[in-house]
Design a protein around this ligand. Sequence first.
Ligand SMILES: Nc1ncnc2c1ncn2[C@@H]1O[C@H](COP(=O)(O)OP(=O)(O)O)[C@@H](O)[C@H]1O
Ligand SMILES: [Mg+2]
Length: 366
Amino acid sequence: MAAQSMGYKVVVLDPGLQSPAGSVADRHIAADYLDPAGLRELAAIASAVTTEFENVPAAALEFLAQSARVTPSASSVAIAQDRIEEKSFLAGSGVTVAPYAVLTSVQEARSVDPALLPGIVKSARLGYDGKGQARVSSQDEVEAAFVALGSRRCVIERLLDLDCEVSVIVARNERGETATWPVAENLHRDGILDVSIVPARVPEALANQARATATRVASALDYCGVLCVEMFVTHGDRLLVNEIAPRPHNSGHYTIDACVTSQFEQQARVLAGLPLGDTQPHGPAVMLNLLGDIWFADAGSTIPREPDWTAVLRHSRAKLHLYGKAEPRRGRKMGHVTCLGASIDEALATARAIKRDLAIPGVDEL
Ligand SMILES: Nc1ncnc2c1ncn2[C@@H]1O[C@H](COP(=O)(O)OP(=O)(O)O)[C@@H](O)[C@H]1O
Ligand SMILES: [Mg+2]
């Protein structure tokens, strides 16, 4: 939609027949990411290609790069797709990561360094929203978790005592120019992003360090496009990089309503070889995720019904975004609301009211 408002025609390749992006695009190619005919059709039309989903196979991007500008590159995406590659890249580029080890066999799992316990075992590939993870506190549990995750390559990280979680969206273009948005403070529920508060309530020096770290990561990757760098804050002021996402990110959705240039417009600008847009915020924002759970009246119900959106729209500074996903499921991200305000407290008050009205848990934690 951002690219279309700048005058570009957009074609979406998405295997789903009911594709949210496909339904607003000028054309939807419903084909698997590796389907040769689908890829050839896309290659014949598109002069520039990006990905909104990090598990698009690198081979698809490499094929498209023969005839189109592809950002981010297949090699950047490949690093972000694999936690082992990601961790060794991050550690090698001079940023701090949580203490971790790679697990490739039951033997390695069984004999893991006790200094990493208690810890979290994370599958190397295809994890998201806390899926593909298990918390462990003994070597036996590490072994059990490794097996439960399919005996496939994993990492184990020490469980850190987090003060908070923050993220920075950074854009970098082919000329190596970079821009970052204000730092988002991210609150999770059951491993899924619940709320982002912007600007993050952290000291200015730490916020500056977070933005510098994100820029450093993007430059080290020679990255082209929009990148999210998720970070942990521990011991008041220690910053560790958790993971990176090679695309516009949920914690950057607030930029649509709260910044001069959104992460999506910036993605289109990089793709088109244009100069970067200004990332200045208009003011504070609180982004609230809308999960499929609120389509169900109570814990026992199986038939979804549309939530009452007047609970959101009666607030004059709340911006509702629904993605048009066909099927609401518990834990599935269906949309979000950006609450604007003169202060963070004002935006938080709106977010609390909406949470209460839509029966989203965790009103008191806000
Ligand atoms: N080493 C850790 N210590 C403490 N909490 C963690 C650690 N790793 C992950 N978490 C928690 O789990 C959430 C999801 O983990 P993450 O690695 O970001 O995976 P995902 O791909 O699911 O987002 C994090 O946002 C954080 O709340
Ligand atoms: Mg994460």
